[in-house]
Write a protein that binds this ligand. Sequence first.
Ligand code: ZN
Ligand code: ZN
Length: 133
Amino acid sequence: MNIPNYLAENDIKPSYQRIRIFEYLYHEMNHPTVDLIYKTLAPEIPTLSKTTVYNTLKLFVDKGITSTVTIENNEVRYDAIVTHHGHFKCNVCGIIVDIPLNFNQLNLNELKDVTIEQTQVHLIGKCNKCLTI
Ligand SMILES: [Zn+2]
Ligand SMILES: [Zn+2]
């Protein structure tokens, strides 16, 4: 993906900091928090502040190129995948893994005349790595 073009196509001025933040989100696919993005990029981008990271992510969400994942109430994590999908979270190491969702297999017959605006499907447990410790 050409990230500067992708940002521009979505009406976002591709500044250096914005490019780096989206690049991180898109390549790591680790559902980072603001803190993690800040801690990872700050050594390379001395002008970066936590507020900039937060505001940049908010802009990405507003423009529809990033989604938020809130599994625990106090922790917002960010995702470059904006299509409907679910998440598995390990409650030991905190890793979040994407799960494809097949809406054709969901029984939505009880729902009449509604629109779905958000999908939050969370499975919580222990990942393979943590189970073997
Ligand atoms: Zn784990
Ligand atoms: Zn995800």
